[in-house]
Design a protein around this ligand. Structure first.
Ligand SMILES: C[S@@+](CC[C@H](N)C(=O)[O-])C[C@H]1O[C@@H](n2cnc3c(N)ncnc32)[C@H](O)[C@@H]1O
Length: 290
């Protein structure tokens, strides 16, 4: 790898072949969900067997390039199918594909959020899953101390230690809303929440490690890698998303890692992140970046 952040345009099934064996500590990705999202070059409405084939081909390569102590975080949700609207749990299909490729499940993280549309003929969906797989159940990175969160009770005696509790397998992170996307001039329809990816990077890598996102989109995983002092490789079919990533790098690439301190109370964390966004955006405006 010649540069710290390497975002390439093309089909990840081909581009993955250029990555050496056992060189990636963490792969983190959200593939298209096959629900007709407007992804530009990629047609997000293919027969299910082709979608499974895509995920299988990519996962096979991801397994090859992961270090022996590496992790693969795969984000998938349950989606209405186009013909009947029956709900299809993609996470169950994804689980089987990764398992068949020799990985082991460590946790099923439930990512919950509130900002999503309401349904009228079924319960409104408010979660997706992130499947945490490892290559070796006896040898993987889990930096629990980096991701401890405040104790629930403010009177908890352990608070005196300055430590916190395990964040559990249920995580709340707001989805990126349209206002934020407009502010950052992003057209990508499904941008990951940056703080969530920062948590995964802190939890499963060391500084300097390489993080891979084979369906990189607007490049959130690479931006998070930059902020946390890691390196990143990302692929996407559409060159417009590479441009958006480059633009994001000039703005969000300057965010300080300290604002993602997990031991802060949620309201304080939100306040600091908001202030930091205001700072990097006004800096970008002064520099004529946006
Ligand atoms: C769910 S989005 C990823 C969004 C990303 N997590 C972010 O924060 O912006 C999935 C992306 O996969 C891309 N894609 C689909 N098939 C691909 C392929 N074979 N190779 C590379 N990228 C692909 C689409 O263009 C789309 O941008």
């Amino acid at each position: 790898m010649t540069k710290d952040l390497d975002y390439r345009v093309g089909d990840s099934r081909e581009l993955l072949k250029t990555i050496p064996d056992s060189s990636i500590r963490l792969a983190i990705t959200s593939p298209p969900y096959n629900i007709g999202k407007p992804y530009g070059k990629y047609k997000d409405n293919i027969p299910l067997n082709e979608w499974e084939e895509l995920l299988n081909d990519v996962s096979k390569e991801v397994c090859r390039v992961l270090t022996p102590d590496g992790s693969f975080f795969l984000n998938l949700g349950q989606v209405p199918t186009s013909k009947t609207n029956e709900i299809l749990p993609l996470q169950y299909i994804g689980y089987q594909i990764l398992k068949d490729n020799g990985l082991f499940l460590r946790n099923i993280i439930t990512w919950t959020f509130n900002n999503m549309q309401n349904c009228v003929n079924r319960l409104s969906g408010r979660y997706e899953n992130i499947l945490w797989f490892v290559k070796d159940l006896n040898n993987y990175i889990f930096n629990l101390n980096e991701i401890r969160v405040p104790y629930i009770s403010k009177n908890d005696k352990r608070l005196k230690d300055g430590t916190g509790r395990n964040p559990t397998d249920v995580w709340y992170f707001d989805r990126v809303n349209n206002m934020t996307k407009q502010m950052l001039k992003l057209s990508h329809p499904t941008v990951y929440p940056l703080p969530m990816i920062i948590r995964i990077i802190k939890m499963s890598t060391h500084p300097g490690d390489i993080i891979l996102d084979p369906f990189a989109g607007s490049g959130t995983s690479l931006i998070a890698a930059k902020i946390m002092g890691r390196r990143g490789i990302g692929f996407d079919l559409d060159e417009k998303y590479q441009k958006e990533f480059k633009q994001r790098l000039l703005i969000e690439g300057n965010i300080s890692a300290s604002v993602f301190d997990e031991l802060l109370e949620d309201s304080e964390k939100k306040k600091r992140i908001k202030r930091e966004y205001e700072r990097v955006i006004s800096q970008a405006i002064l520099k004529g970046v946006i």
